[in-house]
Design a protein around this ligand. Structure first.
Ligand SMILES: CCCCCCCCCCCCC/C=C/[C@@H](O)[C@H](COP(=O)(O)O)NC(=O)CCCCCCCCCCCCCCC
Ligand SMILES: Nc1ncnc2c1ncn2[C@@H]1O[C@H](COP(=O)(O)OP(=O)(O)O)[C@@H](O)[C@H]1O
Ligand SMILES: [Ca+2]
Length: 573
């Protein structure tokens, strides 16, 4: 065996074939040597993608040694399947000329792993929602994820949730010393709990008020990992390009890091929620409100509710104001895609954090810096809309592989505002259908899209007053008793589903009795396609219904980081 400071090399055997194994720089490779000593095919694995090195011949499933010889070692690494987005565990068993050489290899490979992968997690906090999606969260974790963590030497503390918001509260309140990341096994709702916990805790520790819409929030160090086991799983799909628990687990193990923009939603000077995928009014709000009544259908509830709400053919008046992003940098119609190593996103880092000190990893929370992000001319648009949606990223998911806004970026500090004006049912169906094909859903005369830094939504003045009167009357007449019941415990009304509500915010609900009554009537008590015209919809914020109509949203560039690397272009191994 030859070892110098940059190279380790020796002969090894795989089965009955001889190979030259080489560890050089960032790569470990093995090249077949034929009987005439000529070099044949080489397989090369980046050290950063090695999952583990074990002495002996070890099986993948059981991790047991099938044969304990002194000459063998087994290498586990990331293997790309198909087009490269789906990852599985690769395994190769090497036989060395002597025990000394075998021990040298295991030592050298483990040292290289430590040097080249310093950001790997050692200890993780895992939250499983046993009721998400098809209710397979526990099974997915124990059969697919836990064995890989064990192989990689990662220890985990597992919490199977017993109620909504448990994961969020745990992150906000418990001692997290020693954890390098938090993982959710569930859907977008579960991710959202972790998101609120991690952002909230980071701001608490930094002494930053989350309620102030103009403040620069402190970026979060604790990484979030997502094992898809929900209904839409849009966060996972949009950051990995695939919903696959094993792929997600391998990205977590190797400590990949993908920054993500987050949108904060405020009502007056109170934080309502954070969003990473979609804040949608009109169609998407109605679909969500309707779908909550059909949770028993599992993921299909969205298709069923989508169909019912589509038949209602509603449109809503609204006043939308937005702060455009710099159109020289990128545009929602530039037909590009945000891929792994995206230039637009990496160049945004300097713009978003001009005072970032890389030596100490400190971000300056300078208020003037944040205000510069909020500078510019606001644009106002009034009209009747089928839907108004804001998305910080493409929001691609299996239902819409290109997403709500195919050219949106994961970490550029902007979101895309999509406004679909009132149109005939066929026009709206064309718009919806284009989400499922490669056709441009923005190339329709009633659709507008803008890349923005902030958005405000309000009801046109006349409408707002009329609505208010109508709701007051309705609230008094029709649902007084249920309104009283819900005021006693507003959280119960939504089945504990308003994750992220602060006490202050819940108090806000109690004050606005007529608004909660209205929501109940619209979202929960209303029969789909009811004959009464309704001119106010609800907001769908990453799968949660918001208790306010007039909201303002602001994008916080690269606020959190995921164990992911964005979508890779085809790279076959
Ligand atoms: C005709 C086919 C139309 C397909 C339209 C697809 C649009 C898909 C947009 C997807 C945006 C996803 C944004 C992510 C939202 C999630 O955060 C959030 C929570 O997810 P979770 O339950 O996993 O926790 N999910 C949602 O709010 C679900 C929104 C889903 C909307 C689906 C609408 C389906 C529409 C079917 C319409 C059928 C019309 C047929 C007329 C003949
Ligand atoms: N043990 C639990 N019981 C009830 N609700 C829960 C529990 N754990 C999490 N939740 C809530 O369930 C909601 C949906 O969960 P999620 O995992 O996103 O599944 P889905 O994608 O099917 O909606 C989330 O808003 C989350 O807060
Ligand atoms: Ca973005």
């Amino acid at each position: 065996m030859e070892i110098d400071s940059v190279r380790v090399e020796s002969s090894v055997w795989i089965g009955n074939k001889r190979y030259k194994a080489l560890l050089s720089g960032w790569y470990f490779s093995w090249t077949e040597i034929d009987k005439r000593n000529r070099e044949r095919k080489t397989i090369s694995v980046p050290v950063s993608e090695v999952i583990g090195v074990k002495e002996g011949r070890v099986e993948i499933q059981t991790q047991k040694k099938v044969e304990d010889t002194d000459l063998d070692f087994t290498l586990f690494y990331v293997k790309r399947n198909g087009h490269g987005l789906s990852w599985s565990l690769g395994r190769t068993q090497f036989c060395c000329p002597s025990r000394g050489v075998r021990d040298q290899w295991t030592t050298q490979l483990r040292t290289a792993l430590k040097t080249h992968s310093p950001s790997r997690p050692h200890r993780l906090l895992v939250f499983i929602n046993p009721f998400g999606g098809k209710k397979r969260g526990k099974q997915i974790f124990h059969s697919l994820v836990a064995p890989l963590f064990e192989l990689a030497g990662i220890s985990s503390h597992v919490v199977v949730t017993e109620r909504a918001n448990q994961a969020r509260d745990y992150i906000l309140k418990k001692d997290l010393t020693g954890f390098n990341g938090v993982i959710c096994v569930g859907g977008d709702g579960m991710f959202s709990e972790l998101l609120h916990g991690v952002i909230g805790r980071t701001q608490q520790e930094a002494g930053v008020s989350e309620h102030d819409p103009t403040v620069m929030l402190q970026p979060c160090d604790l990484h979030i990992g997502v094992i898809p086991a929900g209904s839409t799983d849009c966060v996972c799909f949009a950051t990995m390009g695939i919903n696959d628990p094993v792929t997600s687990t391998l990205h977590i193990i190797i400590g990949d890091s993908q920054p993500l923009d987050v949108c904060s939603v405020h009502y007056q000077n109170t934080l309502v929620r954070y969003s990473v995928s979609m804040v949608g009014y009109g169609f998407y709000g109605d679909v969500l409100a309707e779908s909550e009544r059909h949770r028993w259908m599992g993921p299909l509830r969205y298709d069923y509710s989508g169909f019912m709400v589509y038949l209602c053919n509603r449109s809503y008046p609204g006043l939308v104001q937005y702060l455009p992003a710099d159109s020289h940098i990128s545009s929602p119609r530039d037909k590009t895609r945000c891929l792994s190593g995206c230039r637009v996103c990496s160049e945004s880092k300097e713009r978003l954090f001009p005072h970032f000190d890389s030596s100490s990893s400190l971000y300056s929370t300078n208020v003037s810096q944040c205000n510069s992000e909020l500078e510019g001319e606001w644009v106002t648009i009034e009209g009747r809309f089928k839907c108004v949606s804001l998305t910080c990223m493409s929001s691609s998911c299996p239902r819409s592989p290109e997403g709500l806004s195919p050219s949106a970026h994961l970490a550029d500090g902007t979101a895309d505002l999509i406004m679909v004006r009132e149109t005939n049912p066929l026009g709206f169906l064309t718009f919806l259908h284009r989400h499922t094909t490669k056709q441009d859903q923005f190339d329709l005369p009633f659709v507008e899209v803008h890349r923005v830094k902030a958005v405000r939504f309000s009801l046109p003045p006349g409408e707002a007053e009329e609505e208010e009167e109508e709701y007051e009357k309705q609230a008094d007449r029709e649902i007084q008793t249920s309104a009283e019941r819900e005021l006693e415990d507003p959280e119960k009304l939504f089945c504990g589903n308003i994750a992220g509500q602060s006490q202050q915010h819940l108090a806000g609900w109690k004050e606005r009795g007529s608004e909660t009554s209205r929501l109940k009537r619209q979202g929960f008590a209303c029969v789909p396609c009811c004959t009464k015209p309704r001119s106010v919809s609800v907001w769908n914020c990453d799968g949660e219904i918001l208790p306010h109509t007039e909201i303002s949203c602001r994008v916080h560039g690269q606020l959190v980081r995921l164990f992911a690397r964005g979508i890779e272009t085809s790279t076959m191994q």
